[in-house]
Ligand binder design. Sequence first.
Ligand code: SF4
Length: 452
Amino acid sequence: MRDLDALLAVHGETTPRYTSYPTAPHFDATAGAALVGDLMAACRDSAAVSVYLHIPYCDRLCWFCGCHTKQTKRYEPVRAYVDTLVREIEVFGEKAGARPTLTALHLGGGSPSLLKSDDMARIGYVIRSVFDVRMDAEIAVEIDPSDVAEDTLDGLEALGLTRASIGVQDFDADVQAAINRPQSFESTASVADALRHRMNCTLNIDALYGLPRQTSARLVRTIEQVIELQPERVALFGYAHVPWAKTHQRMIADSDLPGRYERLKQADIAARLLVEAGYETIGFDHFALPGDSLAVAARDGHLQRNFQGYTADTAPVLVGFGASAISKYPGGYIQNIVPTNNYRAAVENGETTACKGYALSADDRMRAYAIERLLCDFRLDFSALADRFGEPAWSLAELMKGQVADDDFALAAMDDTIVTVPPDARPFARIVASWMDAYRTPSETARYSQAV
Ligand code: SF4
């Protein structure tokens, strides 16, 4: 096993997850509104658009959570937020001047599963009036099982749900107490059954390692229970403890957190169990049954990364609606206003919701592509990169050659034109990707999650 203490001392304790390049902290606070016209043009030019809707409300606050969300015990603020969201989508439709073809819709948050069925219906209606929703479009919704009632199932069915993403984290009661998320296996299984029975949808389950009071033995039991549910996909994330950025994480005692060797062991044991149960490894934190579209995309070399992590969605444009949502198009990124009240006021006043953005340079585009391919394929062919981006790809190859030569931990290997991350170094793939990040400086490391 690698000397983790030495490795992290050299390469840094934290690393971006690279769900975008450059990463969101580098977006420019003066650029967002100016890029909206480019996003609209990209929507008109693109054969396929995917849409993300952010619902920043939960009826409880889990202490591990890193999402843009807030707790509400009343439904009125959620209803008012949906009014705003619907209006934002309508305004987009008025400006777009065409009905872009929608191939994927993702509702995330927060907890979109707390929406009442009539609000889900309103969202479905406005999406279908602004976008031409393809018959085979993927409609995915993040589900907190404790929200799900008969009315929720009615709403999800009306929306046309094709994939439910169920948050589990860990089924152990002591771990759940430490993260303020009581959720029994039985209630989760019952929601999974109901979703499949009513909508014939596929399932994704999110599990976490590195949680407070989590041990390898407890995680093994959780993963066995996850496997019992037979989701088509499993996302296995490391808990990111950033109490300086997410103040509710201060409820988690540092002394309850597993150490870095234990974290790595947990990730390894969980991955082994999933592979033994027939799941294919997708990137560095996803698993999918062989017939699932994510596994097919990975085998075919079409796997992508977006703000939700690994995806089989190949639409070149992603439009984000709602507070904090990020849009992505070939020329750059635009982020919506983050505080919910400010976002609502902007929509109500007919002002732009864009608060930040980033116009990609040619160099950014090349590095973004290179980082995405490395994290999806664990391999990057610089001659193919040069075919696509020209001569600058060879400078990046030289830089990578130097980094690989200087690295004492065998995180990557490089022949003349191809860099690869060997299987035993894949948990560290983000570190290898960071060698191609032109914006990374040691002083910004506190923004990101643990590298391992
Ligand atoms: S983990 Fe999910 S349910 Fe819990 S606070 Fe975060 S978004 Fe809400």
